[in-house]
Design a protein around this ligand. Structure first.
Ligand code: ADP
Length: 462
């Protein structure tokens, strides 16, 4: 069974209120059981002592027992619900409530039993007569038997007090429950409204409407974080979508030219307009090779540019990796008579060795491609405490200021490289950037047209 957030929150508020009321009533009952009954019993005892004190002072005042005065004291006590019997020092009864008004006495005892059994039917109490000695100075001059209902007795006033207390708890309970219901509903609405908005936006995003963003601000920290996360997700999905669309259009655009050339060449030959001689077939072959290379590059691109590029990291010395990679280009250097100056210091980094090798290959092969004959290529490293800088410097054709931010884009080739037919497809630097960023590093480019370029790869050591 699934409940809405609103129901759950409202129910939990009510539950909390309910538990509080329950605890409050338990505490109140413990208080009644322990302190209030003690207080009532002490009060009763005090009342009895007061009666005994009145009887003593009557004896001392009259210098003996005055049955009329004793009767008045007895009747007063009886009227306030106390049954007693007073004996003199020889044991003769001076006054007895049961003799005075037996019916009233029985009524009082019955009332006491009713009161106490009314609170709880399991109350074990009984009516007893407690003897109190009556003194005149230090001499015992009589005895008073005062009727008490034990272990304690709650009279009508006490019961009214308890009833008021319980009524009060009941009212508090009802108010708390109503209040918790209202508060729960308001809070639930406050919380669920932004969640519903987030759900709606997430649903729109899942349907491909990536431009949808949640603008609603919430006072709840977690809600704000959720909104930010959903917006970020929408942004990254939007970016992915744009990349996918752009890749498709880029690829078709890049393939169209060689395919069109190939098609027109072949048609011309088939229609007999052109002789299928060696040069023309070679030109067709060149176009096919271009297409083939482009497909290969695309394969590489999907491998390296995917956002979930998996890094297989290990510790290795970057200096020896650079030396080895430079060594593999020896023939290319000598073909163009390029001077290579390698100044690398030993530095162990934690990274994906194969992918870093790919970065070096792409940057060095570019440097060779875009450096003129007899040029100079410098490769050096600067090992800092947390990062390493790999600098690849050439004195080649350089890149204009306007084109510098574009060279890392997919399939981007500068006009210079296009006119020179360097043969690239413009994805080498895209791969470099993507690998370096997957390592939480960055690539910087400083270049001046006609003077040369400097690519700096900054990688964290760990
Ligand atoms: P390509 O396969 O064309 O070399 P890249 O992505 O590696 O693709 O480079 C993109 C473009 O950036 C190149 O076509 C070239 O115009 C320019 N470029 C890259 N490296 C250099 C360099 N060292 N000197 C001058 N231009 C460069």
């Amino acid at each position: 069974m699934k409940y809405s957030l609103k129901t759950k929150l409202t129910m939990s508020y009510i539950l909390v209120a309910f538990v509080c009321i329950f605890l409050l009533s338990i505490c109140a009952n413990i208080f009644l059981e322990k302190y209030f009954t003690d207080y009532v019993a002490t009060n009763q005892e005090q009342k009895n002592q007061d009666i005994v004190a009145t009887l003593s002072s009557q004896y001392s005042h009259n210098n003996g027992w005055n049955s009329d005065v004793v009767a008045i004291i007895g009747i007063n006590a009886l009227e306030s619900g106390t049954i007693m019997k007073i004996l003199d020092q020889t044991g003769n009864v001076i006054w007895d409530a049961t003799t005075h008004n037996n019916g009233m006495c029985q009524g009082i005892v019955l009332q006491m039993a009713q009161n106490m059994n009314g609170i709880t039917p399991f109350f074990k109490g009984e009516y007893t007569e407690v003897p109190y000695a009556i003194y005149s100075g230090t001499e015992v001059v009589g005895q008073a038997f005062i009727g008490v209902y034990g272990p304690y007795y709650l009279n009508d006033t006490d019961l009214a007090f308890i009833a008021t207390l319980n009524k009060f708890i009941g009212i508090v309970a009802i108010i708390s429950l109503i209040f918790s219901f209202i508060l729960g509903t308001i809070m639930a609405r406050k919380l669920s409204m932004p969640i519903i908005k987030v759900i709606n936006s997430a649903q729109m995003i899942s349907k491909g409407f990536y431009l949808d963003r949640i603008s609603q601000k919430s006072t709840t920290k977690e809600m704000d974080q959720l909104t930010i996360t959903i917006n970020d997700m929408a942004q990254s999905l939007e970016k992915q979508d744009q990349l996918r669309k752009r890749l498709t259009s880029d690829v078709s655009h890049e393939l169209r030219t060689p395919l069109a050339t190939l098609q027109s060449h072949l048609e011309a030959m088939m229609d007999g307009i052109w002789e299928p001689n060696k040069e023309r077939l070679a030109s067709c072959h060149e176009e096919v090779t271009r297409i083939n290379k482009m497909v290969g590059d695309l394969e590489q691109l999907t491998k390296f540019e995917s956002d979930n590029l998996v890094l297989n990291t290990s510790n290795f010395d970057i200096a020896s990796l650079i030396q080895r990679t430079v060594g593999n280009f020896e023939t290319d250097f000598s073909l163009k008579n390029i001077t290579v100056d390698v100044k690398v210091e030993p530095c162990t980094i934690r990274a994906d060795r194969d992918k870093i090798t790919q970065v070096l290959i792409n940057l060095i092969s570019n440097a060779i491609k875009f450096t003129l004959e007899n040029g100079i290529i410098e490769i050096k490293t600067i090992c800092l405490s947390e990062t390493i800088r790999i600098i690849i410097n050439d004195n080649g054709i350089g890149i204009s200021k306007a084109e510098q931010p574009l060279v890392f884009e997919r399939f981007y080739r500068t006009d210079q490289s296009r006119t020179r037919h360097t043969g690239g497809s413009g994805i080498g630097l895209t791969i470099v950037k993507s690998i370096v960023e997957a390592h939480h590093g960055k690539v910087e480019l400083v270049s001046e047209e006609g003077k040369g370029s400097q690519f700096v790869v900054i990688l964290p050591i760990n």
